[in-house]
Design a protein around this ligand. Structure first.
Ligand SMILES: Nc1nc2c(c(=O)[nH]1)N[C@H]1C(S)=C(S)[C@@H](COP(=O)(O)OP(=O)(O)OC[C@H]3O[C@@H](n4cnc5c(=O)[nH]c(N)nc54)[C@H](O)[C@@H]3O)O[C@H]1N2
Ligand SMILES: Nc1nc2c(c(=O)[nH]1)N[C@H]1C(S)=C(S)[C@@H](COP(=O)(O)OP(=O)(O)OC[C@H]3O[C@@H](n4cnc5c(=O)[nH]c(N)nc54)[C@H](O)[C@@H]3O)O[C@H]1N2
Ligand code: SF4
Ligand SMILES: [Mo]
Length: 813
C-alpha cells in the first residue's frame, strides 16, 4: 500500500484536498487508501465552510511498556482529531510496521483528558486532601527554589530525593528514568547533587540476583532467535500483554516460534494471552516456587545423565566439587544440593518439587527429559516471578536450566534471563556527575523519610555510605505515580506522607491529577509528547531496532510547559542557567544530539530527512546471541564476574550472606536454591489469609498511565481472577462484587471466575487508579492497597507479587 507519509512527515491538507507538503508527490489513490479524512464524508459541509488546515504529524507513545510506538497525529485547526500509527512499507517481517496498541491509539483521550493539569498549583489543604490553588509560574519557581535552598542549607543535598518515575521513559530530552538521565538530575547536580536510588520496580530482584551469575545485567538471546531453537520455555513471560506493540516483541515471538516449530511450554500460574492457544503446554505453577520446579528438573537431568557436563566444567563455577571455589565448604556445590548431599540433606526429587509447586510428578519428569534431550533450549523468564519475596533466588534458579542444557551463548539457546534486543547507539543528553555518592534502593524511600537513622549498608542495602546521614526532606516526582499508586502499601505511604514536617516538600510534574499528584505541595503541569519535539527510542525490538522523531503536533495546552523550560527557569534562579542550557533551546538540543549521533554513524538519515520520515528502522540479518564471544573463547572474553565464568556458586553472595543482617525467614545463598518466602504458600499467615494474590501487567493500561481512558477501561475490565473451586467455596459467581483484604487494606472489585488461574491463587492487574471511599476501601481494584513495603532480602526490592489475602462476596452481580 502506498502511503503519503512515506514522502512527507508533516502534511498539510486543506478541506478541499489540496496538499501543502514540503516534498510530497501524493497520489489520490494513496489519499483514498491511507487516510480517511472527515471532509470526504461530508462534502457539503466542506463546500460551505472556511478552509481547514489539516496536517499529519509523527509523534510517539513514550510510556514504559517496553515497546515504543510511532503515532501519526491527524491535526485539524490545531486539534488532534484522530490517531493513526505506523502503516508504511510493505510490512514484511523484518521490516514490519510498528503498530501502536489501543492505548497509544487513544493518546488523544489522554491529551484532552478532563484530569489534565492546567496550571501550576500549590497545596492549600492537608497533604493528600487534594485541595490546591492556582499560582503563577513565577510563584511556583520561587517557591520550589526557595524551599530547596533552605533544605539544602539545613540538611544537605542528600535530603533531596528523585523518586522513581517512568512515564516518559521513551523520551530523550523528556526522559524520566533512570534518575541520572533526567533533566532534574542535571539541575540538581549543578546545585550540589541529590540522594540517588538504585534498582527499579521492574527488575530489582533479577538485576541483583543474576548480576552474580553472569556479571552485570544478564542478557538473553533475542526473540527473533527462537526460529533456531528446539524447545521454547517461557517462565512467567507474557509478551502478548507486556510487549503489545504490533511491531514489537510479541510479533517477533510468534513469527520466530512458528518458524522453528519448536514445542512451546508456558509456565505461569495464569493461562496468559501469550499462551492463548499458541502454546503446546501450559504448566500452572504455584507463585514463588519456580526454584523448586527447577531443582526437580535438575534432579531428572542429573540422575538420567542428561546434563551437558562439558559445558558445566568449562564455563561454570560450582556445578560440582570439581569447580567449587576453594573458599566454599565441602558439598556446597549445586549437584550435591540437588542430590541431597548438601547441608539440608534433602534430595530434590520430582516428588519433592511436586509438593511445593503443585505440578504433577509426571509432568516434571517429562519436562526434565524433554529439556535434556532437545538442546539447545530457549529458556526465557519474564519479570513477574522475580517481583516477589524470594525473587533473587528464583531468577537465578531458572538460569540453571540454560546451564545444565549447555544452551548459553549459542544460536537457538538461552541464558534463562529475559529476552534482549539489538539497539541503535544514540547520543543522549549529557549528564553531570552527582557529587553525592549515597543511594538507596528505589523501594525504600518511604523508610528513608521516617527511619533514615536506622538505615545502613548491612541492614537496608544503603550504597555509597555506611548509613544514611539525612532523612528525605524533599521529593521530586517527575512522570511517576510511585508516590502513591505504584508503590506498595498505599495506606502506609499515605500516613508517612501526610506529615508535612517530615518530608517538607513534594513537587509533582505530570500531565494528570493522579493519586500521586494529590500528594504534591507544588504541581507543575507538563507538556505531553504531542506538544513538543523529542527523540523516542529504546523500545524492545529484537533484531529490528528503530527510533522516532516525535514532532510537535499541537500547541501547549493551557499553561503547561516543557520539562526543559521548567528546569531552565529553576536553574536560572539557582544561578546555574548557562551551565544547564549551554545556550541551547530544546529544539537546538534535539538537533545537536542528532548531529553527535550522526558523527558516530554517518549512515543514518540527515536531520531534515528524519523530519520527513519520522521513523528510522534498521534491519539486522542476525540475532542477538547473549555471551556468544564468551562461549567461543572464555579465556579471551571472560564474563564480568569475580571468576570470569558463570557463577553457579557465588563467593560474593556467600560473603554477603554472612555479613548482612537478615530476618529469620530471609535467605541470601551462594547457590540458587529454593526457599519458602514470606507471604508465600507456607507462611503461617495463610491460616488467616489463605490466597496468594499475584499481580500482573495489564493490557488496559501501562501501569497507571492510560488508566483514566474510559474506552480502555470498558474494553478490558479490571477484575480479580479466581478459580471456580475457590469461588464456589465462597459463594462467588462470575461478575459478583467481592472484597479482597488483608491487614494492610481492602479492595472491592468484580470477580472473574475462571479456570485460567490455579486454585488458591488469585490475580489482579496492577495500575488501576486508586479510588478510596471515606472508609478507606478502594473501589478501583488498586492492588497496592494490599501489597507490602517489606523488601526482598538481597535487592531490597519490591515483592509486589507476593501477597496473602482473603476474599469474600459482598454483592451479587
Ligand atoms: N503491585 C504492583 N505494583 C507495581 C508493579 C507491579 O507489578 N505490581 N509494577 C511496578 C513496575 S514494573 C513499574 S515500572 C512501576 C511503574 O510506575 P510508574 O513509573 O509510576 O508508572 P505509571 O503508573 O505509568 O506512572 C507514570 C506517570 O507518568 C505520567 N506521565 C505520562 N506521560 C507524561 C509526560 O509526558 N510528562 C509527565 N510529566 N508525566 C507523564 C503519568 O500520568 C503517570 O502519572 O510500577 C510498579 N508498581
Ligand atoms: N500492557 C502493559 N504492558 C506492560 C506494562 C504494563 O503496565 N501494561 N508494564 C511494562 C513494564 S514497566 C514492565 S517491568 C513489564 C513487566 O513484565 P513482567 O514483569 O514480565 O510482567 P508481569 O505481568 O508482572 O509478570 C509476567 C507473568 O508472570 C506471571 N507470574 C507471576 N508470578 C509468577 C511465579 O511465581 N512464577 C511464574 N512462573 N510466573 C509468575 C504472571 O502471572 C504474569 O503472567 O511489562 C511492561 N509492559
Ligand atoms: S502502550 Fe506500548 S504498545 Fe501501546 S502504543 Fe504505547 S508504546 Fe506502543
Ligand atoms: Mo516496570
Amino acid at each position: 500500500m502506498t502511503n503519503i507519509i512515506e514522502e512527507s512527515g508533516v502534511l498539510n491538507i486543506t478541506r478541499r484536498g489540496f496538499i501543502k507538503a514540503s516534498s510530497a508527490v501524493v497520489s489520490t489513490a494513496a489519499l483514498a487508501s491511507g487516510i480517511s479524512l472527515p471532509f470526504r464524508s461530508n462534502p457539503v459541509a466542506a463546500a460551505v465552510s472556511d478552509q481547514v488546515d489539516e496536517k499529519v504529524v509523527w509523534s510517539a507513545c513514550t510510556v514504559n511498556c517496553g515497546s515504543r510506538c510511532p503515532l501519526r497525529m491527524h491535526v485539524q485547526n490545531g486539534e488532534i482529531k484522530y490517531v493513526e500509527t505506523d502503516n508504511i512499507g510493505n510490512d514484511e517481517y523484518g521490516d514490519h510496521q510498528i503498530r501502536a496498541c489501543l492505548r497509544g491509539r487513544s493518546m488523544r483521550r489522554r491529551v484532552y483528558n478532563p484530569d489534565r493539569l492546567k496550571y501550576p498549583m500549590k497545596r492549600v489543604g492537608n497533604r493528600g486532601e487534594g485541595k490546591f490553588k492556582r499560582i503563577t509560574w513565577e510563584e511556583a519557581y520561587d517557591e520550589v527554589t526557595g524551599t530547596m535552598q533552605r533544605l539544602i542549607k539545613d540538611y544537605g543535598n542528600d535530603s533531596i530525593y528523585l523518586n522513581y518515575g517512568t512515564g516518559t521513559l521513551g523520551g530523550t530530552v523528556t526522559k524520566s528514568w533512570p534518575p541520572k538521565a533526567t533533566l532534574i538530575a542535571r539541575l540538581m547536580n549543578l546545585c550540589g547533587g541529590y540522594l540517588n536510588h538504585y534498582g527499579d520496580y521492574s527488575t530489582a530482584q533479577i538485576s541483583a540476583g543474576l548480576n552474580y551469575t553472569y556479571g552485570g545485567w544478564a542478557y538473553n538471546n533475542s526473540f527473533s532467535d527462537l526460529e533456531n531453537t528446539k524447545l521454547n520455555i517461557q517462565f512467567g513471560n507474557n509478551p502478548a500483554e507486556t510487549r503489545m506493540s504490533g511491531g514489537g516483541l510479541i510479533h517477533h515471538y510468534i513469527v520466530s516460534k512458528n518458524r522453528s516449530n519448536a514445542k512451546t511450554i508456558i509456565i505461569d500460574p495464569r493461562y496468559t494471552d501469550t499462551a492463548g492457544g499458541r502454546e503446546d503446554q501450559w504448566i500452572p505453577i504455584r507463585p514463588s516456587t519456580d526454584a523448586a520446579l527447577v531443582a526437580g528438573l535438575a534432579h531428572v537431568m542429573i540422575t538420567e545423565d542428561l546434563v551437558d557436563q562439558a559445558f558445566l566444567d568449562k564455563y561454570c563455577v560450582g556445578y560440582d566439587q570439581k569447580t567449587l571455589p576453594a573458599s566454599a565448604p565441602k558439598n556446597a556445590d549445586y549437584k550435591s544440593y540437588i542430590l541431597g548431599q548438601g547441608d539440608d540433606g534433602i534430595e530434590k526429587t520430582p516428588n519433592w518439587a511436586s509438593k511445593i509447586t503443585g505440578i504433577p510428578v509426571d509432568t516434571i519428569i517429562k519436562l526434565g527429559r524433554e529439556m535434556g534431550t532437545n538442546r539447545p533450549c530457549a529458556i526465557h523468564q519474564g519479570w513477574g516471578l522475580q517481583r516477589s519475596a524470594n525473587g533473587e533466588l528464583a531468577c537465578r534458579a531458572i538460569a540453571m536450566l540454560s546451564m545444565l542444557t549447555g544452551s548459553v551463548g549459542v544460536s537457538g539457546g538461552s541464558t534463562g534471563a529475559r529476552e534482549s534486543d539489538i539497539n541503535i547507539p544514540f547520543v543522549r543528553f549529557p549528564q553531570v556527575d552527582n557529587p553525592i555518592q549515597t543511594s538507596i534502593s528505589m523501594f525504600l524511600w518511604t523508610d528513608a523519610i521516617h527511619r533514615h537513622h536506622e538505615m545502613t549498608d548491612k541492614t537496608d542495602g544503603v550504597r555509597g555510605a555506611e548509613r544514611l546521614q539525612n532523612p528525605i526532606k524533599m521529593i521530586w516526582n517527575y512522570a511517576g505515580n510511585c508516590l502513591i499508586n505504584q508503590h506498595s502499601d498505599i495506606n502506609r505511604t499515605r500516613e508517612i506522607l501526610q506529615d508535612d514536617k517530615a518530608c517538607e516538600m513534594i513537587v509533582v510534574i505530570d500531565n494528570h491529577m493522579t493519586s500521586s499528584a494529590k500528594y504534591a505541595d507544588i504541581i507543575l503541569p507538563d507538556l505531553t509528547t504531542s506538544e513538543q519535539d523529542d527523540w523516542c527510542m529504546d523500545g524492545k525490538a529484537a533484531n529490528m531496532p528503530y527510533f522516532i522523531y516525535a514532532q510537535k503536533a499541537i500547541e501547549p495546552q493551557f499553561e503547561a510547559k516543557s520539562i526543559y523550560e521548567m528546569c531552565s527557569q529553576l536553574a536560572k534562579r539557582m544561578g546555574v542557567e548557562q551551565a544547564f542550557t549551554e545556550g541551547r533551546t530544546q529544539e537546538q538540543w534535539i538537533e545537536h544530539l542528532y548531529a553527535e549521533t550522526r558523527k558516530q554513524d554517518p549512515s543514518l538519515p540527515t536531520f531534515e530527512k528524519m523530519k520527513e520520515i519520522g521513523i528510522y528502522k534498521r534491519k539486522y540479518d542476525h540475532h542477538y546471541i547473549a555471551y556468544e564471544a564468551f562461549r567461543k573463547d572464555p579465556d579471551a572474553n571472560p564474563l564480568n564476574t569475580q571468576s570470569g565464568k558463570i557463577e553457579i556458586y557465588s563467593e560474593q553472595l556467600a560473603e554477603i550472606a554472612k555479613t548482612w543482617k537478615l530476618k529469620e525467614d530471609e535467605v541470601i545463598h551462594p547457590l540458587p536454591i529454593y526457599v519458602d518466602s514470606f507471604e508465600g504458600h507456607k507462611d503461617p499467615l495463610t491460616s488467616k489469609y489463605p490466597l496468594q494474590l499475584t499481580g500482573f501487567h495489564f493490557k488496559a493500561r501501562c501501569h497507571s498511565t492510560y488508566g483514566n481512558v474510559a474506552e480502555l477501561k470498558a474494553a478490558a475490565r479490571q477484575e480479580v481472577w479466581i478459580n471456580p473451586i475457590d469461588a464456589k467455596e465462597r459463594g462467588i459467581e462470575h461478575g459478583d462484587m467481592v472484597s479482597i483484604y488483608n491487614d494492610r487494606g481492602e479492595v472491592r472489585i468484580a470477580a472473574k471466575v475462571t479456570p485460567r488461574i490455579l486454585p488458591r491463587v488469585v490475580a489482579l492487574g496492577e495500575g488501576a487508579w486508586y479510588a478510596p471511599d471515606g472508609q478507606k476501601v478502594d473501589h478501583a481494584g488498586s492492588i497496592n492497597v494490599l501489597t507490602t513495603q517489606r523488601p526482598s532480602p538481597l535487592a531490597k526490592g519490591n515483592p509486589q507479587h507476593s501477597n496473602l489475602v482473603q476474599i469474600k462476596a459482598v454483592q451479587k452481580a
